[in-house]
Design a protein around this ligand. Structure first.
Ligand code: ADP
Ligand code: MG
Ligand code: ZN
Length: 636
C-alpha cells in the first residue's frame, strides 16, 4: 500500500494518540463483525453424510450442480438452487479421491465437457475461508483511507500525526488452481519434448501412487524446473497440475521477499499444511532463487530469507513419501541455489527447460497464432527461423504485438508486415520515428551501422547481413541484423572472432570517418557485447591463445562467479585479462582493416541509409557487391 510520509511533531500529545488507536481498533472490529455476519448468513445449514454426497455425485443426472471443497468442508449446491444449501465434511486424514469422489469431467473439453457438466456436479476447490485473513485484508484496504482522513485533519490545523506502522500478516498468499475447467495441459506447452516426458512421469506418480509404492519406488518429493526466463517453466508446472487433475498451490519466491520480517516462514508452514489437507496436490514455488540463494553469497543480509528457506527444508523433510504432495520449484539460476535444497529427498529431480530450437519455435508460434487470423502470405516458419535465441515468452509476445499492430492499422487479418514490425519491436523496442535525430547524429548512425554491415558481410565466417536500419528503436540509434542460417549447437572460434570484429565495426567506422577523437556514446552496447563474448570465450570455452583448453570455472558451482572468489592465482587473473584484451584488440584491428579496404562502399552504404533509412537484403546486395577481404583481416 502507498505510504505517505507523515509529518511528525516532536511533542505530540499521547492522549490523542491513544484515542486514535481506540477509534482505529473499533473500526477494525466493526469491519470484522460485518464480514463475519455475512459469512455466517451464507453458509449452508443442512448437514449430510459424505457417503450420501458421494453416491449422489457419482450418478448421472445428479441432483447436485456443484460441490465446493473448502479444506475439509464440502458445500453442496443443488440443481435448482444458486447457493449451497447442504454441507458435508471429509475425513481430514484422507483425500476425497480415495473416499470415492470422482471428478468425471476432468479430462474433457469443448462440447464433451459441457455435456458432462450438465450430468455430473462440477467440483471446485477453493481456499478454506480464513475469517481473520479477510479481516486483516480489509484492514489493509481501510488503513490508507483512514490514514488519509487523519492526514487531512492534520492539515486543517488540528495538530495531529500518526504512526504508520506495518502490521504483519502471516496468511499464505498462495493461489490455488483447483482441477477446474480452465486448466492448462501439455497441449498448451509446445516443444520441450524431453522436459514434458520427465514431467509426464510426475503426473503418473500423482495419479497412481500405488503403482509405484507396490514396487518399493520412492515417489519424488521435489522437482526443480531450471531454465532461462520465459522458457515456459511456470506454464509447465501448471500443465502438470492440469494433467494430474490435482489442486495446485502456487507462490512466487519474490512474494516472500516483499514480506515483513518473520512472516515468510509462517507462510511456508501455512502453504504446506493447506497442500497436505488437499492431497494429492502440488506446491509450486516459482522463482525459488529469490529465497533460496546461497546463504553465504549474501553475507549476513539475508536472515529473513534464511528462515523462509529453512522452513521449506523442514517441511520437505517432514512429510512422508506417501503424503501425495509434490513440491515443484522453478528457477533461472540453479547456480545461485543453496546446495541444501538440492540434496536427495529435497529437490532431487531436475528438469531442464531449454530455449526452443527452430522447429520448437514453429510449434510455439502455432500455439500462439492459433486463434489469430493471418493473411495467406504469412509464413510462420520464416519467423521461426528469424527468432533464434527467443524464448517462448518472447514468441508469445510477438504474436500478441502482431495482433495489436494489425488492429491499430485497421487490418482485418494479421499481415506479414505486422509480424515483422512486432518482431522488431519485441527484439529491440518500438520504432521512435518521432524522435528527431539531427543531421549530424543521423550521419554518425549511418556510418556506424554501415560499419557493422560491411565487416559482417566481408568476413568469411560471419552470418549474412539481413537488414540495416537507422530508424531509432528502443534505446538504440540503429540496427544491423545478421541472420543465423540454422540453429547450431556449436560455433567455432573463427565464427566467434568474426562476431567480435563486426560488433567493433560500428565504432571503428565512426573513427575512420570522423577522426579518432570523435568518440560517441552510441557504441556502448556493442562494446558490452564484445566484452561479454570475449570473456566467455576465455573463461568458459578455453579459447585463449596462451590459455588454450583451460577454463576458469568455480570448482563448487561449475560456473565462473565473482561472488565466490577466484579459484586461481593473481598471475593467472592477469593472464586472463590479457587474453580478453588481445581478443578485443584483434577484433578492432580486423574491423579497421576491412573498412579501410572498402571506404568507397562504406560511403555508398551510409549515403543509401541516409536516403532510405532501412535497407533489406535485396537492396543491400548491389551496394555490398565487390567488397574485398584484405589479407590482414584473414584468420585462416
Ligand atoms: P518462465 O516461468 O519459464 O519464465 P512462463 O511459463 O512464465 O516462463 O512463460 C511465459 C509465457 O510464454 C507463457 O505464458 C506462454 O504464453 C509462453 N510460452 C513459454 N514457453 C512456451 C511453450 N513451450 N509453449 C507455448 N507457450 C510458451
Ligand atoms: Mg515463471
Ligand atoms: Zn552498433
Amino acid at each position: 500500500m502507498p505510504k505517505k510520509p507523515q509529518p511528525q511533531k516532536p511533542n505530540q500529545s499521547s492522549v490523542s494518540n491513544t484515542s486514535r488507536t481506540i477509534v482505529f481498533t473499533f473500526l477494525l472490529v466493526l469491519c470484522g463483525m460485518a464480514i463475519f455476519s455475512v459469512l455466517n448468513q451464507s453458509s449452508p445449514t443442512e448437514e449430510v453424510a459424505l457417503s450420501d454426497v458421494i453416491s449422489r455425485a457419482n450418478t448421472e443426472n445428479s441432483d447436485i450442480s456443484k460441490i465446493t471443497v473448502k479444506g475439509t468442508e464440502l458445500e453442496i449446491t443443488l440443481k435448482d438452487q444458486d447457493k449451497p444449501t447442504q454441507v458435508s465434511r471429509k475425513d481430514p486424514s484422507g483425500t476425497l479421491y480415495e473416499q470415492g469422489l470422482v471428478d468425471h469431467c476432468v479430462d474433457l473439453s469443448g462440447d464433451e465437457l459441457a455435456d458432462c457438466n450438465s450430468k455430473y456436479p462440477a467440483i471446485e476447490y477453493v481456499e478454506a475461508v480464513d475469517v481473520w485473513g479477510i479481516v486483516l485484508d480489509v484492514a489493509i484496504i481501510f488503513l490508507p483511507i483512514i490514514a488519509i482522513i487523519i492526514f487531512f485533519k492534520y492539515m486543517m490545523g488540528q495538530a495531529q500525526s500518526m504512526n504508520n506502522q506495518n502490521m504483519g500478516f502471516g496468511k499464505s498468499k498462495a493461489r490455488l488452481y483447483g482441477p477446474d475447467k480452465k486448466k492448462i495441459t501439455f497441449k498448451d506447452v509446445a516443444g520441450n519434448e524431453s522436459a514434458k516426458q520427465d514431467l509426464a512421469e510426475i503426473v503418473d506418480f500423482l495419479k497412481s501412487p500405488k503403482k509405484y509404492e507396490k514396487l518399493g519406488a520412492k515417489i519424488p518429493r521435489g522437482v526443480l524446473l531450471a531454465g532461462d526466463p520465459g522458457t515456459g517453466k511456470t506454464l509447465m508446472a501448471r500443465a502438470v497440475a492440469g494433467e494430474a487433475s490435482v489442486p495446485f498451490f502456487s507462490i512466487s519466491g519474490s512474494e516472500f521477499a516483499e514480506m515483513f520480517v518473520g512472516v515468510g516462514a509462517s507462510r511456508v508452514r501455512d502453504l504446506f499444511s493447506k497442500a497436505k489437507k488437499n492431497a494429492p496436490s502440488i506446491i509450486f514455488i516459482d522463482e525459488i532463487d529469490a529465497v533460496a540463494h546461497k546463504r553465504d553469497a549474501r553475507g549476513g543480509a539475508g536472515r529473513e530469507d534464511e528462515q523462509t528457506l529453512n522452513q521449506i527444508l523442514v517441511e520437505m523433510d517432514g512429510f512422508d513419501n506417501d503424503s501425495g504432495v509434490i513440491v515443484m520449484a522453478a528457477t533461472n539460476r540453479v547456480d545461485m541455489l543453496d546446495k541444501a535444497l538440492l540434496r536427495p529427498g529435497r529437490f532431487d529431480r531436475h528438469v531442464n527447460v531449454t530455449l526452443p530450437e527452430r522447429k520448437d519455435r514453429l510449434e510455439i508460434l502455432k500455439v500462439h497464432f492459433k486463434n489469430k487470423p493471418v493473411t495467406e502470405e504469412v509464413d510462420l516458419d520464416i519467423l521461426a527461423a528469424k527468432t533464434a535465441g527467443s524464448s517462448g515468452a518472447d514468441l508469445a509476445n510477438i504474436a500478441n504485438e502482431a495482433a495489436i499492430t494489425a488492429a491499430r492499422e485497421n487490418h482485418d487479418k494479421i499481415t506479414a508486415g505486422d509480424i515483422t514490425e512486432a518482431f522488431e519491436r519485441v527484439a529491440i523496442g518500438p520504432e521512435r520515428k518521432s524522435k528527431a535525430m539531427n543531421e549530424q547524429e543521423r550521419k554518425i548512425t549511418a556510418y556506424h551501422e554501415a560499419g557493422h554491415a560491411i565487416v559482417g558481410h566481408v568476413l568469411p565466417d560471419s552470418d549474412p547481413v539481413h537488414k540495416v536500419t537507422i530508424i531509432p528503436r528502443g534505446r538504440t540509434g540503429g540496427v544491423t541484423w545478421f541472420l543465423p542460417p540454422e540453429d547450431r549447437s556449436y560455433k567455432n572460434i573463427y565464427e566467434l572472432k568474426d562476431v567480435l570484429a563486426r560488433a567493433m565495426g560500428g565504432r571503428v567506422a565512426e573513427k575512420i570517418i570522423f577522426g579518432k577523437d570523435a568518440v560517441t556514446t552510441g557504441a556502448g552496447s556493442d562494446l558490452k557485447n564484445v566484452a561479454e563474448l570475449a570473456k566467455g570465450m576465455i573463461v568458459e570455452e578455453g579459447m585463449g591463445d596462451k590459455t588454450r583448453n583451460r577454463v576458469f570455472l568455480d570448482p563448487d558451482t561449475g560456473y565462473y562467479t565473482i561472488t565466490t572468489g577466484k579459484p586461481y592465482s593473481e598471475k593467472t587473473a592477469e593472464l586472463i585479462d590479457a587474453e580478453i584484451k588481445s581478443l578485443t584488440d584483434e577484433a578492432a584491428t580486423r574491423a579497421e582493416a576491412v573498412l579501410k579496404a572498402n571506404t568507397e562502399i562504406l560511403d555508398k552504404l551510409a549515403a543509401a541509409l541516409l536516403e532510405h533509412e532501412t535497407l533489406e537484403e535485396a537492396e543491400l546486395a548491389p551496394i555490398l557487391k565487390g567488397a574485398t577481404l584484405p589479407t590482414s583481416a584473414k584468420l585462416h
